[in-house]
Design a protein around this ligand. Structure first.
Ligand SMILES: *Cc1c(COP(=O)(O)O)cnc(C)c1O
Length: 375
């Protein structure tokens, strides 16, 4: 249990024991499902924890040269790369470190085929199942006109020479029934080419570490897939499931103002430090709070930027808030620090780890960090 009064504000704080718990579940999937689980850096790049992550997982998925370098410097193990398009001027640096590389189109494969084969990096092609049960368009990689992956209509079997893998990614925070439905479509559209492959990547979006997720069912799906396609290697690349509920964003009330309602201004910004709350949008959970009007004292919680909409929502509490009250945003480790900005120059939350009953500060941001992002 984190003692939040020992944590500076603002700060993202990860509890190591909770990360271990997730990694053990993911490792069980690897072992019992005979699959590789790798960490999608897009969702979880908390590299101070990578020595621990790499004890359990098989490597990382990178989507850019920067992520490739991070995986190479901080994780080691296998580096799988998957991006919408590669730049010519970065490609050789990526290849030098990659074990597997997925091309988003046959034109990119044609462009980089020679170099890839020469470096003996295992090449794959991303396919678009044109089916997904993701409800939010912003997070649906298989929606109409999606640029992500080759559709059956655009698939060019005569260009598959040298391709060893297929990759699909069509889930977002989903369960095994969604995976089964997508897998059905993948096999219906691309099934004839699966036996010719060495590996197939089932992408991310598997909410494996969420309490209600049916891990046994996932293992069963993997086993059955192995039976249908003997000898193929299965790869899963979750990001969110690695960091799911492993820590919080600690913030503090700086002022309480009134404009018909009570509004608490925090030392964090929703748009700068929890951008998915506004992008998706969703209401972040806050420890010891309830919906508007349920508990006795209700406040609108707002960020410390000049954006009018920099608001988390209306929350109620048992006790009145005061200047200095701690507000703890739950589950703020995945997709937060990888997406933060220095908008308005708002003080960037520090990064820390709670481990063996103690707080360990691992990063602070200063004026220099802000200045050096600009010019
Ligand atoms: C985003 C993404 C992932 C990780 O998704 P999560 O929802 O974080 O599990 C994996 N693979 C690809 C190709 C992605 O775009």
């Amino acid at each position: 249990m984190i003692n939040y009064s020992a944590v500076p504000s603002p700060c993202y704080v990860l509890e190591e024991s909770r990360l271990k718990y997730n990694l053990e579940i993911l490792n069980k999937v690897q072992k019992e499902g005979n699959a590789k689980v790798i960490c999608a850096l897009k969702g979880f790049s908390f590299w101070k924890t990578f020595p621990l992550v790499s004890k359990y997982l098989s490597g990382a998925t990178a989507s850019s040269l920067n992520e490739v370098l991070l995986a190479s410097h901080k994780m080691g193990k296998e580096i799988h790369v998957c991006a919408p398009a590669y730049r010519k001027d970065e490609f050789s640096q990526i290849l030098r470190r990659a074990s597997h590389i997925t091309f988003n189109s046959f034109s990119q494969w044609e462009m980089f085929k020679k170099e890839t084969l020469k470096k003996k990096v295992s090449a794959g092609i991303r396919i678009n199942p044109e089916f997904s049960t993701v409800g939010v368009d912003m997070y649906n990689p298989a929606g109409r006109y999606s640029r992500l992956g080759v559709t059956r209509k655009e698939f060019k079997p005569m260009l598959l020479d040298g391709i060893e893998g297929l990759h699909f990614h069509a889930l977002c925070e989903q369960d095994t029934d969604a995976l089964e439905a997508v897998l059905d479509r993948v096999e219906a559209n691309f099934g004839e080419w699966i036996p010719k492959m060495k590996w197939i990547n089932f992408g991310g979006g598997h909410h494996i570490t969420r309490a209600e997720y049916d891990v046994k069912k996932l293992i069963d799906i993997l086993k059955k897939f192995h039976k249908r396609y003997p000898g193929i290697e299965i790869i899963l690349e979750p990001g969110e499931a690695v960091g799911w509920q492993t820590g919080e964003l600690v913030s503090t009330v700086l002022d309480i103002v009134r404009n018909e309602i009570n509004i608490a201004i925090l030392d964090v910004s929703i748009t700068a430090h929890m951008p998915d709350c506004l992008e998706m949008p969703y209401r972040p959970a806050i420890l010891d709070s309830a919906m508007l009007g349920i508990k006795k004292y209700t406040y609108r919680l707002a960020g410390n930027s000049c954006l009018a909409g920099d608001i988390a929502g209306d929350y109620s509490f048992d006790k009145p808030l005061e200047v200095g009250s701690k507000i703890i945003f739950a589950d703020m480790i995945h997709y937060t620090m990888v997406k933060t900005t220095f908008f308005n120059g708002v003080k960037h939350p520090s990064i820390g780890i709670w481990k063996n009953g103690k707080f360990h500060l691992v990063r602070e941001f200063s004026y220099n960090s802000f200045r050096d992002k600009l010019s």
